[in-house]
Design a protein around this ligand. Structure first.
Ligand code: PEP
Ligand code: MN
Length: 263
């Protein structure tokens, strides 16, 4: 169902009037984790000012260590909805457990399935039974075929509103957190009709590399970006090293829009 053979034209996912796919440039931005109402509102204002259509933020965080900040759960979801409504931004947030589908769907416009859950087949089937757009991140060590099969799990349950997200894969390199595989964008465009966006934040782990990789992603044909932005990256509870300041986010958006206009 997700293959180019099945459907020749590019799929455009409509998220309550904001489109992802085709010639539309979709940018999702915001903090890694929702930390407080003040933090989120400040981030959302900057996301809007930069011209993005979507506010991202985790309320359930799949952290490597169980002792790290795990997220504000429903309180965080409420803050996301409030900030999204205030600045007219669509809300994207991660769902880590199929039992939370009704809860997360109540507040979010897009359900994010994270890299660590790309092959959580039960979760994939359950989000496939909803009509919410799903942002499906590539697994930490997933091949393109495994990733597209994960999308197929969602589609096979009836939900075709899927957006793929390349977020870097695990390699032998240690300078960057992951190795951002921009060739996956071209591969997915060839193999599938689904929109694909790129996450240069998790893809590199270093804020210095976010702008150049964002530019490259759009030049490579990505339909958009998901970028971590924090009003005070140095005090972020997660992923501060890869988060852009509001100023850097706005500068990045200006660059990205120039490249998108040439595509
Ligand atoms: C995130 O978007 O904050 C996140 C946890 O991403 P990933 O699943 O790609 O690691
Ligand atoms: Mn993060």
């Amino acid at each position: 169902l997700v293959s180019r053979e099945f459907r020749r034209e590019d799929t455009v996912v409509d998220v309550n009037g904001v489109k992802i796919g085709g010639a539309h440039l979709a940018v999702m931005a915001g903090p890694c984790a929702v930390e407080s109402r003040e933090q989120l509102l400040e981030a959302a204002e900057c996301v809007k000012r930069g011209g993005a259509g979507f506010l991202r933020g985790g309320a359930f965080k799949p952290r490597t260590s169980p002792y790290d900040f795990q997220g504000l759960a429903e309180e965080g979801l409420k803050m996301l909805r409030e900030a999204g409504d205030k600045f007219d931004l669509r809300v994207v947030t991660e769902i880590v457990n199929q039992n939370d589908i009704d809860l997360v769907s109540k507040y979010a416009d897009v359900l994010q399935v994270g890299a660590r859950n790309m092959q959580n087949f039960q979760l994939l089937k359950e989000v496939g039974r909803t009509n919410k757009p799903v942002l499906l991140k590539r697994g930490l060590s997933a091949t393109i075929s495994e990733w597209l099969n994960a999308a197929e799990y969602i589609a096979s349950e009836g939900n075709y509103n899927i957006i793929l997200c390349e977020r870097g894969i695990r390699t032998y390199e240690t300078f960057t957190r992951n190795t951002l595989d921009l060739s996956a964008v071209a591969a997915v465009k060839e193999l599938s009709h689904l929109p694909v966006i790129v996450d240069p934040s998790h893809g590199t782990g270093r804020w210095q590399m976010v702008q150049p990789m964002a530019r490259a992603a759009i030049a490579a044909g990505a339909n958009g970006l998901i970028i971590e932005v924090h009003p005070h990256p140095e005090s972020a509870l997660s992923d501060g090293d890869q988060s852009l300041t509001p100023e850097n986010f706005e500068a990045t958006m200006a660059e990205v829009k120039k490249i998108a206009a040439m595509m």
